[in-house]
Design a protein around this ligand. Structure first.
Ligand SMILES: Nc1ncnc2c1ncn2[C@@H]1O[C@H](COP(=O)(O)OP(=O)(O)OP(=O)(O)O)[C@@H](O)[C@H]1O
Ligand SMILES: [Mg+2]
Length: 150
């Protein structure tokens, strides 16, 4: 069952990320899905804030992934938009190196076959001024209480 929020200001996107941070534990994989400029990176900056990470979050598009270890939980922020293949993603070993923390992947649906079944899919939509952020738990995530996001 998914839970959807309408958002009308960047702060709301960031706040949802911050609230999600409270649910994250080691080994979690979060897939961020939505077109260019839909708020994925801003959402990750909210997660980082919630985890107590001091660094400013910027898009890792050209680096593919950045790792932050100064929070309550290690965070790997990946953006696989520029990756050519699932094999390339596997070769990066992000899931292994991020196993002690949370791995959050922009455009992660492109590498879905390389991801664990247990994952949270966060979808960002934009239509004119209307934006929504939908949380869809998959596998073990179904047991989590997404009510804390409200
Ligand atoms: N709920 C919202 N309402 C209005 N503007 C928003 C909202 N959420 C995010 N934005 C704005 O959308 C812009 C793009 O956000 P962001 O860079 O996070 O997108 P992205 O999905 O990561 O894009 P890309 O696919 O290029 O990585 C930012 O300027 C941000 O302020
Ligand atoms: Mg981005």
């Amino acid at each position: 069952m998914s839970i959807t929020f309408a958002t009308s200001h960047p702060d709301e996107t960031r706040t949802l990320g911050r609230k999600l941070a409270a649910l994250l534990t080691a080994g979690d994989v979060v897939v961020l899905s939505g077109r260019l400029g839909s708020g994925k990176t801003l959402f990750v900056s909210g997660i980082a804030e919630g985890l107590g990470i001091g660094a400013r979050i910027t898009s890792p598009t050209f680096l593919i992934a950045k790792s932050y270890v100064d929070g309550f939980l290690p965070l790997i922020h990946a953006d696989v938009y520029r990756l050519g293949s699932v094999t390339e993603f596997d070769d990066l070993g992000l899931l292994d190196s991020g196993a002690d923390g949370a791995v959050v992947i922009e455009w992660g649906e492109a590498v879905a076959e390389a991801l664990p079944k247990d994952r949270l899919i966060v979808s960002f939509t934009m239509a004119g001024d209307e934006r929504t952020i939908a949380f869809q738990p998959v596998g073990g995530w179904v047991e989590r209480d997404l009510g804390v996001l409200a």
